[in-house]
Design a protein around this ligand. Structure first.
Ligand SMILES: *Cc1c(COP(=O)(O)O)cnc(C)c1O
Length: 427
C-alpha cells in the first residue's frame, strides 16, 4: 500500500499523536474504558452535546410553552438553524438543508416528492449492496404508485460483492429510469462513490439523482450544491455524534424549492404562515418544506453542541486526519496480520475510501467477540465483515496501533475459538 514501510512501534504512533493538530478535541468527548472503533455506527457523546441536551431540558422546565420562541435555542426555529449549521458539512447553501425525521422516513419523504413515474420513465436505480432499509423504503414507494417493485426497482450488481462500479450504474441509466438513489459510501466496504460523475451522468439522461449520506456526512466533505445533486438524506448519530435516535437531515437542491412535499404537514408551511392555521398549505420555499410535524426537540438537542465543534474544526480537516488514520491502520494490518486469513474489503485509494476500514475474515463474528472481551469495540456486519473506524475527533493513533496489536495476539493465540459463532442481536 505505501511505498516506504512505516515503523511498527508504539513510539511512532505516539509521535503521530503528538503532531496531531486535532488532538485537543479528544478531551471534548466521554471516552469509554474500551478503545472505541465503532463511531461509524454510533458516535460517542461529547460534553457539548450533553450540555445542549441539558439546555433544552432546562428550557422546558423553565419556560413551558414559551420555549418555542424564547430561551437559548428557541425550539420553533431549531430545525432551520441546525440545517444552516450542517450545510458546510455537505457543501450546500444554508436553506438547502433541514434537520428533521430519520434516515428511513426522510428517504420516504424525498422518494414521495421526487419519484414521479410517467409514461415509459417509471424505474428507480439502487444497488444490491445498499443498506436494506433503503431498499425496503424504495420498494414500498414503488408499490404506493401501484407498480411492481420486482419490475421497477433496478438493483445494479456488484462485480465482487464489495464495490459497485460507477460505469455499471451509468450503463443502467436508460430512458426508463425516473430516479436514482445511491449511498455516498457503501456501509460494508466503505467505498466512496464518485458523486459528481454519477450526478452529471444522470442529468445528461434527464434523471433525478439523490444520495444516502449516512456513512459519509461528518467524515467526508461533499459539494452537493456545486455538483447539483438533487437531494440527499442522512442520519446524524454516526459521524455527526448526535446520539442514539438523533434526528436526521434532508438536503434539497434549491432548483427544486417550491416542489410540493410528497408527505406534507403543517411544518411544511412557510414559517410565518404556519400559525395562520389555514386549510391551504403555503409551502415553505426552502428545504424546510420537507418537514412534516413538530420536531423531536430532545432528539435534536445534542446536535447543536456537536455541530459547534464541526464549525470550529471543519469537515475538511477531519477528513484529512481520517484518511491518515485509515491509511496507518491499513499499513499496520498489512504488516502485522499478513497470512492470518484477513482480506481488505475497502478501496485503498484516498478518493474512493470512506471513514472506516473493512476487514473480511471467515471467523469475523468470533473475532469481533474476542476483540470486545479484550477491550476493543469493533463493528461486525454479517456474514464476514469487521469494520474498524478511527474517528478523527477522538481516536488516537496509539489506539489504532493497539487495536492491531490486540487483533494480532487474538489471532496468534486463537482466543476467538472459545466464542460461539453467532452474532449478537445488535451487530
Ligand atoms: C445507518 C444507516 C441507515 C439507518 O436508517 P435509520 O432510519 O436511521 O434507522 C440507513 N441507511 C444507511 C446507508 C445507513 O448507514
Amino acid at each position: 500500500m505505501s511505498t516506504t514501510p512505516i515503523p511498527l512501534t508504539r513510539d511512532y504512533a505516539q509521535q503521530l499523536d503528538a503532531n496531531d493538530p486535532l488532538a485537543s478535541y479528544r478531551d471534548e468527548f466521554y471516552l469509554l474504558p474500551s478503545i472505541y472503533m465503532d463511531g461509524n455506527s454510533l458516535g460517542l457523546m461529547s460534553k457539548r452535546a450533553e450540555q445542549t441536551l441539558q439546555d433544552l431540558v432546562d428550557s422546558w422546565k423553565q419556560l413551558g410553552i414559551e420555549g418555542w420562541t424564547k430561551g437559548k435555542h428557541p425550539w420553533f426555529f431549531l430545525s432551520e438553524k441546525l440545517g444552516q449549521m450542517s450545510a458546510p458539512l455537505v457543501g450546500a447553501d444554508p436553506e438547502e438543508v433541514i434537520v428533521t425525521g430519520s434516515t428511513t422516513i426522510n428517504l420516504h419523504q424525498v422518494a414521495a416528492t421526487f419519484y414521479r413515474p410517467e409514461g415509459k420513465k417509471t424505474k428507480i436505480i439502487a444497488t444490491d449492496l445498499d443498506f436494506p432499509t433503503d431498499i425496503y423504503a424504495l420498494q414500498s414507494q414503488i408499490r404506493l404508485k401501484g407498480l411492481n417493485p420486482d419490475e421497477h426497482l433496478i438493483l445494479v450488481s456488484s462485480r465482487d460483492g464489495r464495490m459497485i462500479e460507477e460505469e455499471d450504474i451509468i450503463a443502467a441509466m436508460t430512458e426508463e429510469v425516473a430516479l436514482i438513489v445511491l449511498p455516498t459510501v457503501l456501509y460494508r466496504s466503505g467505498q466512496l462513490l464518485d458523486i459528481e460523475r454519477l450526478t452529471r451522468a444522470a442529468h445528461e439522461k434527464g434523471i433525478l439523482i439523490g444520495f444516502d449520506g449516512c456513512h459519509s456526512v461528518g467524515a467526508i466533505p461533499h459539494e452537493f450544491s456545486k455538483w447539483e445533486v438533487d437531494f440527499a438524506y442522512w442520519c446524524n448519530y454516526k459521524y455527526v455524534n448526535a446520539g442514539p435516535g438523533g434526528v436526521g437531515s434532508i438536503y434539497v437542491n434549491r432548483k427544486h424549492f417550491g416542489t410540493l412535499p410528497g408527505l406534507a404537514g403543517w411544518y411544511s408551511s412557510k414559517k410565518d404562515k404556519q400559525f395562520d392555521m389555514e386549510l391551504t398549505l403555503t409551502v415553505c420555499e426552502t428545504a424546510g418544506a420537507y418537514q412534516t410535524g413538530t420536531p423531536h426537540i430532545f432528539s435534536v438537542a445534542p446536535l447543536i453542541g456537536s455541530l459547534e465543534m464541526f464549525q470550529e474544526v471543519t469537515v475538511e480537516k477531519l477528513r484529512e486526519k481520517s484518511l491518515k488514520m485509515t491509511r496507518y491502520l491499513m499499513d499496520l494490518i498489512e504488516s502485522e496480520l499478513a497470512g492470518m486469513g484477513f482480506s481488505l474489503a475497502n478501496p485503498v485509494e484516498d478518493e474512493r475510501r470512506g471513514g472506516h476500514v473493512s476487514l473480511e475474515h471467515e471467523e469475523a463474528v468470533r473475532i469481533s467477540r474476542a476483540l470486545k472481551e479484550a477491550g476493543i469495540i469493533p463493528d461486525f456486519r454479517a456474514p464476514n465483515i469487521l469494520r474498524l473506524a478511527p474517528v478523527a475527533f477522538y481516536t488516537t493513533y496509539e489506539e489504532v496501533w493497539e487495536s492491531v496489536q490486540i487483533l494480532k495476539s487474538i489471532m496468534l493465540a486463537r482466543t476467538y475459538e472459545k466464542f460461539e459463532n453467532k452474532r449478537g442481536v445488535v451487530a
